[in-house]
Design a protein around this ligand. Structure first.
Ligand code: ADP
Length: 360
């Protein structure tokens, strides 16, 4: 039996049973009172009158009860039809939407009426549908971007090797080195995609981080890895840490990855003679880590975009610096995983400051 018929039947049977019970009780009670209180007095005056009054009274009572029951039953049936139709119409709408979602038609919505359980279910379904559409768009964009990013080093490599093969080019050290650079770019990209995938998976299976990582300790060990690069590029690298340990809920390897990505950008976008300062501390009791550089800076209009996958402010410049456009996307995902947030302050020509803050 369909839900609509079940609602109808339940409504109808309940109201009918209540009405019949009410009618029987009413009739029995009125009759008892009438016979025990009213009739003895009239009976002493005229017994036949008593009989007539009793018959008429019982008929009037029975008929009025019968009409009342009939009217109520019809009204109830009408109300039941309307209510069940209203409920099942909304459920059927949601069923259609669920089927559409199952068949890959995402982004559709059902109207949210009122503020009951069904409207909350409709809101959830609409949210699910939109989220699935968003995920699908992200997936498509990711595939397109990835294909685009992979094509460039592959095309360069192919043309170089073809030229060697055809004898158009001598495989000199410089030319072979440029092939190696393209292969490195390729490897970096694949490694970044892997890291991003892991960060995504970590967010999906979000189990709250519980370790108590000392930011000072992680910063010190990560910074050592960048010292030779900075020295080579003529950049001064400073670490400012408080004496006491600054503990956060994020995992040490994630903090190290976040700092590495931020430092990698800072080194890439800071010219010779520049300064990079890594600072650890607390802001309103919350642990933070910041990386400030005196580099090229980021235009204000671009700040909202830089955390998107494969986004690069200046594609030609970034191609030379070897960025994949995934570094900050990874930072954002890892920071979100431990309930933190990232803030950016930047001025073109003066430098940038990235601050990561974790919960207390
Ligand atoms: P990439 O791996 O290419 O560096 P990111 O996601 O790390 O990609 O950064 C995105 C873009 O944001 C970079 O290509 C760069 O244009 C800009 N950017 C990030 N950090 C800095 C910085 N410290 N100074 C200037 N520009 C930056």
């Amino acid at each position: 039996m369909s839900l609509r018929n079940k609602i109808l039947l339940a409504f109808f049977l309940t109201v009918s049973a209540m009405l019949v019970a009410l009618a029987l009780i009413l009739q029995a009670e009125v009759r008892r009172h009438f016979l025990s209180v009213v009739c003895p007095e009239i009976n002493s005056v005229s017994p036949s009158l008593t009989q007539q009054i009793q018959i008429h009274f019982e008929q009037a009572l029975a008929q009025s009860l019968m009409w009342t029951v009939l009217v109520f039953v019809v009204a109830t049936a009408g109300a039941a039809v309307l209510v069940s139709r209203a409920i099942t119409r909304r459920i059927l709408g949601m069923r259609t939407q669920a089927l559409e979602i199952a068949h890959g038609k995402w982004g559709t919505t059902v109207p949210v009426e009122g503020r009951d359980e069904l409207s909350s279910l409709a809101t959830t379904l609409n949210f699910l549908s939109q989220q699935l559409q968003k995920q699908e768009e992200l997936r498509k964009n990711l595939m397109q971007d990835l294909a685009h990013e992979l094509r460039t080093p592959l095309t360069t490599l192919r043309s170089h090797i073809q030229a060697f093969y055809d004898g158009l080019w001598e495989p000199t050290r410089e030319r072979l080195y440029s092939c190696l650079e393209e292969i490195e770019r390729f490897e970096t990209l694949v490694a970044s995609v892997e890291t991003l995938y892991e960060a995504d998976a970590a967010v999906e299976t979000a189990q709250p981080d519980s370790p108590s990582t000392d930011l000072n300790h992680v910063a010190e060990s990560t910074i050592h890895l960048f010292e030779p690069r900075c020295a080579q590029a003529g950049i001064r690298l400073e670490l400012r840490t408080p004496d006491a340990p600054v503990r956060t809920v994020a995992q040490a390897q994630h903090v190290s990855q976040i700092l590495s990505n931020l430092l990698d950008n800072a080194v890439k976008f800071t010219p010779q003679g520049g300064l990079i300062v890594v600072e650890i501390g607390r802001e309103g009791g919350k642990p933070f880590l910041s990386v400030r550089d005196s580099g090229v800076g980021i235009p204000e209009s671009e700040i909202d975009n830089i955390f998107e996958r494969f986004y690069r402010v200046d594609k030609s410049r970034d191609r030379k610096t070897g960025g994949s456009g995934l570094g900050l996307a990874i930072v954002k995902r890892l920071v979100e995983r431990s309930g933190g947030s990232v803030r950016v302050e930047s001025r073109v020509g003066h430098g940038s400051k990235f601050t990561v803050i974790w919960p207390k």
